[in-house]
Each structure stands twice: as C-alpha cells, then as structure tokens.
Design a protein around this ligand. Structure first.
Ligand code: NAP
Ligand code: GCO
Length: 263
C-alpha cells in the first residue's frame, strides 16, 4: 500500500512562521510529523507557535538565521535533544530583492544568495550526518520558476534559485547511497507576502500589470495559494517518494508548459 503518512517523523521547515513554509509544515503535521520551524524574529516564533496551535499542531519554534552556521549547528543539536533526530528538512526560508542588476549593490546580491543558496547548504550539511546514522532522510529545497527562467530585476534571486536546483541534484547524487532523497519543489506564482507587491491594486482600481501578466501566463488562470504546495511536499517527505531523487517538482499551474495567452 502506498504510504503518505509521516507518523513518527520529525520535520524541520525553515522560515515557517507564515507563507509557504507554514502551509507545508501544517500539512506535514496533519500527516503525522512532529513539526519544528525556525525564524530570525522572536515575535514571529511566538506568532507561529500560536498559529500552529490553532490548527491543533504542537510545533517547536527556534530562533535561528539559516546563514549563521554555528547557530544552525547549535539549533540542530538542540532539536535532536529536545524533539528528536530530523528526518525531513524543508529548506524554505528565502528572500528576494527586485532591483535592476546594474543598479544592484554587490552587498544586496550577496545577501540574496547567502539566504537562498548558502542557507540551504548550511542547513543540509547540519542535518545529513544524523540522517546517515539513522538510515536515511528527506531533504526538500524550495526552488522557483527562477530556477529555470529569468526576468527583469531578479538576477540575484534567479542565480540563487538556479544554484539551489543544482545543489538539490548534487545532494541527491552524493547522499542517495545513504537512503537520503533530496528533491526540489518549484512553486509558480503564489499569493504570499513575498509577492504582495506584484499584486497591488492600482490607484485606478485595476489589477497590477504583473498580476495581469501572470494570469495570462498561467493555464490555471490564477495565482497559486500556499496550500497548493502542501500535497506535493507531503508526497516528497513520505516513503511514497523513496525512489524519487534529484527531481524538481514544479507546482506552477502550468506556467512552464505554456507560451501564454495572446494579449
Ligand atoms: P515569505 O512570505 O517572504 O516568507 C519567507 C520566510 O523565510 C519568512 O518566514 C522569513 O522570516 C524567513 N526567512 C527569511 N530569511 C531568513 C533567514 N535568514 N533565516 C531564517 N528565516 C528566514 O516567502 P514565501 O512566499 O512564503 O516563500 C517561501 C519560499 O518559497 C522562499 O524560498 C521563496 O523564494 C520561495 N518561493 C516563493 C514563491 C512565491 O510566489 N511566493 C514562488 C516560488 C518560490 P522573516 O520574517 O524573518 O524574514
Ligand atoms: C518575482 C516573483 C517570483 C516568485 C517565484 C516564482 O518577482 O518574479 O517573486 O520570483 O517569487 O519565485 O516561482
């Protein structure tokens, strides 16, 4: 029988106080996993724990910046002591800065790559040794349309998410022998705080031009919801996907398949 249950598993979802991470973690909790999450901001940890509780999920929250390797190593050790060995890691934490490349400072570029690419490296490096000792594990990296496509103003983000696609394939290649499966989820355009600026209603009451553009580019003719990512994430975290490795699962309503509606 195909098994999508996560009973008895410990799942760590980074940056999961809200947004896509919260939706993925909640679904994994409903599938039976013990939920652990981190954020940089103490208030968000409190808010997150309360939000999970409202769903009947007793989540463990830790204050940690995914780019701070000593802090990440300490957090993983604390989780192993307080909750248990991490069976499932979702590298969800991420930022974007929308700036034309020639106007972008090297510092801004570095910060996006640091969080969106170095962070998943640091997190994965911290959890893999215990996964090997335990006999296996699951790593899910939250990639993007920008793992495949470019567009104006997102050079740092696309470089990071393209790199994250290849880091996913490399972890799969290097650690598959230890029964660790590493896959990616590539969300399309999802209605979260990160994309709120792209959906702002214009002064004349019309939809944001980018909002209209995405609707024309998406066969599903809608923005995704964070909940659209829950099922794919539970699948990749469960034993139902034990022979899926190094795959990027695009959850995009068909954007990557479609040339776009004639204007
Ligand atoms: P979001 O609403 O901006 O949430 C991002 C989360 O990451 C927040 O909880 C944020 O916490 C946390 N975070 C940021 N930097 C961190 C750091 N250094 N250490 C720890 N936590 C950190 O974004 P989202 O839309 O849910 O996106 C989540 C992931 O999906 C990101 O990797 C994003 O690139 C990716 N994605 C999003 C879309 C979309 O359309 N929304 C599409 C494809 C991929 P703070 O409050 O502390 O910043
Ligand atoms: C943008 C958006 C996208 C989405 C997502 C698409 O400015 O183009 O923020 O990058 O966040 O990554 O998959």
């Amino acid at each position: 029988m195909v098994n999508f249950s996560l009973e008895g598993k410990v799942a760590l979802v980074t940056g999961a106080s809200y947004g896509i991470g919260f939706s993925i973690a909640s679904a994994m909790g409903e599938a039976g996993a013990k939920i652990v999450f981190n954020d940089r901001n103490p208030e968000l940890i409190e808010k997150g724990v309360a939000a999970y509780k409202e769903l009947g999920i007793e989540a463990y929250g830790y204050i940690c910046d995914v780019t701070d390797e000593p802090a990440v190593q300490a957090m993983v050790a604390q989780i192993e002591k307080e909750v248990g060995v991490i069976d499932i890691l979702v590298n969800n934490a991420g930022i974007i800065k929308r700036i034309p490349m020639v106007d972008m400072s090297a510092e801004d570029f570095r910060q996006v790559v640091d969080i969106d690419l170095n962070g998943p490296f640091i997190m994965s490096k911290a959890v893999i040794p215990s996964m090997i000792k335990k006999g296996g594990g699951k790593i899910i990296n939250i990639c993007s349309m920008m793992s495949e496509l470019g567009r104006e103003t997102v050079s740092a983000y696309a470089a990071a998410k393209g790199g994250l696609k290849m880091l996913t394939k490399n972890i799969a290649s290097e650690y598959g022998q230890y029964n660790i499966q590493c896959n990616g989820i590539g969300p399309g355009y999802i209605a979260t705080p990160q994309t709120a600026p792209l959906r702002e209603i214009q002064p004349d009451g019309s939809r944001h031009p980018f909002d209209q553009f995405i609707l024309a580019k998406t066969p599903a003719n809608r923005w995704g919801e964070a909940s659209d990512l829950a099922g794919p994430a539970v699948f990749l975290a469960s034993s139902a996907s034990d022979f899926v490795n190094g795959h990027i699962l695009y959850v995009d309503g068909g954007i990557l398949a479609y040339i776009g509606k004639q204007p």
